[in-house]
Design a binder for this molecule. Structure first.
Ligand code: SF4
Length: 78
């Protein structure tokens, strides 16, 4: 598959929990109450994760669709 990456603008998270509810395999609320993606890493002012499978991509796209402040993106790399 083409390479995709997840972008999460965590600093703008409002802790609604929708992403963790719809995609709990990857998303959870961390100890500060903000959403976090397993195995993601901080890059400048946001968090990123390389997407490994089509199934994972679908999960992040579902999370993006339900995020009320639109801070989850799935972007094609390269
Ligand atoms: S859906 Fe968006 S605002 Fe809600 S917890 Fe997840 S990242 Fe934060």
């Amino acid at each position: 598959m083409d390479k995709f990456q997840l972008i999460h603008n965590k600093k703008d998270c409002i802790s609604c929990g929708a992403c963790a509810a719809i995609a709990p395999e990857f998303w959870y609320l961390d100890e500060t109450g903000l959403a976090h993606v397993k195995d993601s890493h901080a890059v400048n002012d946001h968090w990123e994760k390389e997407i490994q499978t089509e199934a994972e991509k679908a999960q992040h796209e579902e999370a993006a669709a339900v995020c009320p402040v639109n801070i989850i993106k799935v972007e094609k790399k390269g």
